[in-house]
Design a binder for this molecule. Structure first.
Ligand code: AMP
Ligand code: TRP
Length: 329
């Protein structure tokens, strides 16, 4: 029995991290680092399913590492690294692709959405994206994967692939479990609160970026779409208000009931201003810390080099076993 469980998660280095990324994923990453062996990856190869400008991509990739660190992830406790620095991810992805059915991949809603949005670039990487994600996870015999709600289908496929491999070739992989926050697994768009908040939303008012200025956070939250009920209640009929309550509760640690009762009889104006202030206060140290890391690229380099070395060793252990199990000479 291994004593500590293994945790793996990642985000694509495109655009900039959102408050949804933080509440749905990174907040849990930080919590789990206390008593798990954690690997937090910047999945740069996944980003290539959409065309990237090389110069910009390089910059954004480094900036993501700084954003991980500024979110409070400890680079000594956790293995923080770039996916492309550990070639076993791609090797395992090929092998797992050979036991994944086209029918399974065709059912993935993210593929359907993304191929619908990028009609001129429906490349095969977009289609096999979930197999590479399964390889990321299984390569480290991961037990827990802290992600937001939108990754549920990919995680179920990962579990199916792991079980299939184990049945075909003998017990090799742990079958990982998804780990989502009790509330906040799906932070919604501020403009269309029935859609998830997304890095790639074209409407800048819909999304709060961790790096947004204080002014713009205040404006965006004040402009957030709500309803005409004029009562602060946590219910599906009021998705805009429900979303703001979720954000408020996630960042303060107050329960939903406590937030609701605090604002009983108060108007949306006050509630929005207070919520904006909470977000602003919360992000102030993040931004300061982000600037410090970006001014210290030598440190960033040390973090990802050490991370890659540590990940490589673990990955190679698993691959040695996988190759042997499959009969490779
Ligand atoms: P991505 O932005 O797709 O690279 O996602 C990185 C992580 O953030 C994944 O674990 C997602 O599930 C999570 N995530 C993305 N958007 C949201 C959101 N609006 N609410 C909660 N979690 C999210
Ligand atoms: N597909 C995930 C997303 O878009 C990113 C990702 C890639 C990931 N590999 C992973 C998340 C492994 C968790 C574990 O959010």
């Amino acid at each position: 029995m291994r004593e500590k469980k293994t945790v793996f998660s990642g985000a694509q280095p495109t655009g900039s991290l959102t408050l949804g990324n933080y509440i749905g994923a990174l907040q849990n990453w930080k919590e789990l680092e206390k008593d798990h062996n954690c690997l937090y990856c910047i999945v740069d190869l996944h980003s290539l399913t959409v065309r990237q400008d090389p110069k910009e991509f390089h910059k954004v990739s480094l900036s993501f590492l700084a954003q991980y660190l500024a979110s409070g992830l400890n680079p000594e406790k956790n293995i923080i690294f770039f996916q492309s620095h550990v070639p076993q991810h791609v090797e395992l992805s090929w092998i797992l692709g050979c036991i994944t059915y086209v029918g399974e991949l065709k059912r993935m809603t993210q593929f359907k959405d993304k191929s619908g949005q990028n009609r001129d670039n429906v490349n095969s990487g977009l289609f096999t994206y979930p197999v590479l994600m399964a390889a990321d996870i299984l390569l480290y015999k991961t037990d827990l994967v802290p992600v937001g709600e939108d990754q549920k289908q990919h995680l179920e496929l990962t579990r199916d692939i792991a079980t299939r491999f184990n049945n075909l070739y003998g017990e090799t992989f742990s079958v990982p479990k998804m780990y989502t926050p009790k509330i906040g697994a799906r932070i919604m768009s501020l403009q269309e609160p029935t859609k998830k908040m997304s890095k790639s939303d074209e409407n800048a008012n819909a999304t709060i970026l961790l790096m947004d200025s204080e002014d713009s956070i205040m404006k965006k939250i004040k402009r957030a779409v709500t309803d005409s009920e004029n009562i602060i209640a946590y219910r599906d009929e009021q998705p805009g208000i429900k979303n703001l309550i979720t954000i408020y509760s996630s960042l303060t640690g107050l329960s939903v009931e406590e937030v609701v009762s605090k604002y009983e009889g108060k108007g949306y104006g006050v509630f929005k201003t207070d919520t904006a202030e909470i977000v602003i206060e919360f992000l102030r140290p993040f931004k300061k810390s982000y600037e410090d890391y970006m001014n210290n690229l030598d440190f960033i380099e040390k973090v990802y080099e050490t991370g890659a070395k540590r990940a490589y060793e673990l990955a190679e252990n698993t691959m040695t076993l996988v190759r042997k199990r499959m009969g490779m000479v």
